[in-house]
Ligand binder design. Structure first.
Ligand SMILES: [Mg+2]
Length: 255
């Protein structure tokens, strides 16, 4: 186990304290942290359009442009918790096809989503630095995942990346299994409970400020924010560090 110096400003006392932090458990987000969505989404969707009976005769590239717009529109509604993840996925397909003069129902949208799920795993490729990083980390820490999604889909991603073996069985906490989504504190509690870990010795790593920094922070879990998109720097009392690429994680944990 390594020991880190963790500086945190305590606003109540108006002083900057230096704490020594000893992490034992690292919890990762999955989507856009261990696996980059942009790397497989476009190719996987176009391939699904080409294979799906209703869309096979349409121009997959142009269809994808429409689909991308509806996807951006509905994902926002999903993030605002106005619609479910299922509605988000179905609506973007139904509306896209409507724009193309084709009427489809929820059942067809569901079948398309399943086909997409099946074909997209082919385009999921682990970043070359991922396995060496996990190899290194597993020597010093217990490793887990806390992710929003469904079991089948999330496990297929882990299999596609070839990184399943880094995480103990039960150490991949999936919102659909336990009934709470990040940033609900109960999903992080479930992870702490599985690993019999304390928040003080746990580190969360992920790309979502809300789900991977603020959410775990509500239980006192420190975080490393993966700011892939170069958003303006942010502060949070439990933020341990900000990185722009996952492979900076090793440096942050050994410097
Ligand atoms: Mg994420």
């Amino acid at each position: 186990m390594l020991v880190f110096h963790f500086y945190s400003s305590n606003s109540q006392e108006g002083v900057t304290q230096s704490m020594t932090k000893s992490f034992e458990l690292i919890l990762f987000d999955l989507d856009d942290t261990l696996l980059y969505f942009e790397d497989y989404w476009e190719q996987g969707t176009k391939e699904a359009f080409r294979q799906f009976p209703i869309t096979e005769s349409l121009n997959a590239d142009r269809l994808f442009e429409t689909y991308q717009e509806y996807s951006a529109y509905y994902v926002e509604k999903y993030h605002q918790q106005e619609i479910s993840i299922q509605q988000f996925r179905n609506n973007r397909f139904i509306r896209t096809l409507n724009d193309w003069g084709v009427n489809v129902d929820e059942a067809a949208a569901h079948r398309f989503n399943e086909l997409y799920h099946e074909v997209s795993t082919r385009f999921m490729i682990a970043a070359p630095e991922l396995s060496p990083l996990l190899d290194m980390l597993q020597r010093s820490y217990k490793l887990g995942i806390v992710t929003n999604g469904t079991r089948e889909v999330q496990f297929d991603k882990l299999k596609a990346l070839g990184i399943e073996s880094y995480f103990p069985q039960g150490g991949v906490i999936i919102s659909d299994d336990i009934g709470w989504e990040k940033p609900d504190p109960r999903i992080y509690e479930a992870a702490l409970s599985f690993f019999a870990a304390q928040p003080e010795t746990t580190l969360f790593v992920g790309d979502s400020w809300k789900n991977d920094v603020v959410g775990p922070g509500s239980l006192g879990i420190a975080s490393i924010w993966l700011n892939k998109k170069g958003e303006p720097a942010k502060q949070h009392p439990t933020l341990f560090a900000t990185i722009e690429r996952l492979d900076e994680l090793g440096e942050k944990l050994t410097s």
